[in-house]
Write a protein that binds this ligand. Structure first.
Ligand SMILES: Cc1cc2nc3c(=O)[nH]c(=O)nc-3n(C[C@H](O)[C@H](O)[C@H](O)COP(=O)(O)OP(=O)(O)OC[C@H]3O[C@@H](n4cnc5c(N)ncnc54)[C@H](O)[C@@H]3O)c2cc1C
Length: 394
């Protein structure tokens, strides 16, 4: 069980290293594995990240759609329509999308309709639409926004299948079985998307850095956050990448303790474009449309709909089980030679080497339950300054 997963505060990210794991995109899956002594030569010298505030090209804030009971994937009748819900994936939407889509499409197929509507064009809507097309259905997407305007577009972009996916009390054996099926199917699907032009999906090294030994306890998280189950460490141990201890001299960072992990990342710009292109190539259509109320579903020509409105479902359906969890990311000008990530524990610093920019995540106390999407530029600049400090010569 884990409580919270800040990268700062006294000893925070060590939760990932001392048993309790951090269910956040902030922590790579492999960060939860025990470190093995390094058994191969270190990689060639790393190209330093040019960490300067004047290289920030974008700062984005959006809300994770968290539900204590986990994503809502079920069918209901609304008027004369069958509506299959597929929303509320917390900090795991990209990671679980293919598996979640498979469950939702199975429910839609029960109606035997061959033309369905998908409402929403984020990570969940696009993958649901593609899974339905591959099952032989004709799909029209209706959405207020499409990439790059969707919230999904502003995610960190890492494999994080149990990040704020439910609370401990809701992690029943039935939930865990369903989650594991979704995660494994998604993981397998992602391995089929490696090696493509524009690298939508890649595996990268990352360096977990610390001022204090990794076996020292982690700091305290945000007390407002509920405890989350550590599903990935328990249920997906066989597909987590390795974590290796490094000696001083085996890495360039100005810290006494370092480990290296492997992590699957999503280059969201290229990946979202790939999903959209595939959907359109398979005959899909997209109509821009905003729904104020589910009563407006009656206007659609399709009789079976899949509702993939993410955080939007809170207002659309009045579903207050969806709790916003604020997240802010900044992107630095891309540096193609930088092929590694950084996680500096207890310093609120998490860096992902995406092709569309070096992504620097900054979290804050009070993100849980916070729907404010105002950019806090100072927080991102401070994170970039901390990153610069890791490369400074002493
Ligand atoms: C900062 C941050 C970092 C994250 N990092 C990761 C990560 O690294 N890995 C990971 O797996 N997950 C991550 N997540 C979580 C992930 O981004 C979400 O779980 C995911 O984006 C949810 O996708 P979605 O398609 O349900 O929602 P959205 O992307 O919000 O899409 C909803 C769609 O529905 C449409 N819509 C909504 N309401 C209406 C309406 N009333 N009428 C018409 N259309 C409507 C929208 O226009 C949009 O097209 C992160 C989230 C945040 C905030």
């Amino acid at each position: 069980m884990q409580r919270r997963h800040f990268l700062y505060g006294a000893g925070a990210a060590v939760v990932a290293l001392s048993g309790g794991a951090a269910a956040d995109e902030s922590l790579p899956s492999s960060a939860r594995a025990p470190a093995q002594p390094i058994s191969f030569a270190p990689p060639p010298p790393l190209v330093p990240i040019r960490a300067r505030a004047d290289r920030i090209v974008a700062i984005n804030v959006c809300s994770r759609p968290f539900r204590a009971q986990g994503p809502r994937i079920e069918a209901e009748r609304i008027g004369r329509k069958t509506v299959v819900h597929n929303y509320g994936h917390g900090g795991s939407g990209w990671s679980l999308s293919w598996g979640s889509a498979a469950l939702a499409v199975r429910l839609a197929q029960v109606t035997r309709e061959t033309r369905i509507a998908v409402i929403g064009c984020g990570a969940i809507g696009l993958t649901t639409a593609l899974v339905a097309q591959r099952a032989g259905l004709h799909v029209r997407i209706y959405a207020k926004e499409r990439p790059p305007e969707t919230r999904s577009f502003n995610a960190t972009g890492v494999w994080s299948p149990d990040s704020r996916i439910c609370t401990v009390e809701h992690a029943t054996p039935e939930f865990e079985r369903r989650w594991e099926d979704m995660a494994r199917l998604s993981f397998r699907t992602y391995q089929t998307l490696l090696g493509l032009a524009d690298s939508p999906i890649e595996w990268r090294d990352g360096y977990m850095l610390s001022d204090t030994p990794f076996d020292q306890p982690a700091g305290h998280g945000d007390e407002r956050e509920p405890p989350y189950p550590d599903l990935e460490r328990r249920l997906l141990a066989d597909i987590r990448g390795p974590m290796q201890a490094l000696e001083p001299g085996q890495h360039p960072f100005q810290v006494p303790h370092a480990r290296r992990y492997s992590q699957m990342i999503f280059n969201i710009t290229a990946y979202a474009r790939l999903l959209l292109d595939d959907f359109l190539r398979l005959g899909g259509e997209i109509e821009t449309r905003a729904f104020e109320s589910p009563r407006q579903f009656a206007d659609l020509r399709e009789k079976t709909l899949v509702n993939c409105t993410g955080y939007g479902a809170r207002a659309l359906l009045g579903d207050e089980t969806i709790v916003p969890v604020r997240g802010q990311t900044a992107r630095l000008i891309p540096q193609p030679q930088v092929n590694y990530g950084v996680l500096y524990r207890n310093h609120n610093l998490y860096v992902v080497p995406r092709r569309d920019g070096i992504l620097v995540q900054a979290q804050a106390d009070g993100d849980f339950g916070n729907a404010d999407t105002t950019v806090d530029r100072a927080a991102s600049e401070a994170a970039v300054a901390r990153l610069a400090g890791l490369f400074a010569t002493k």
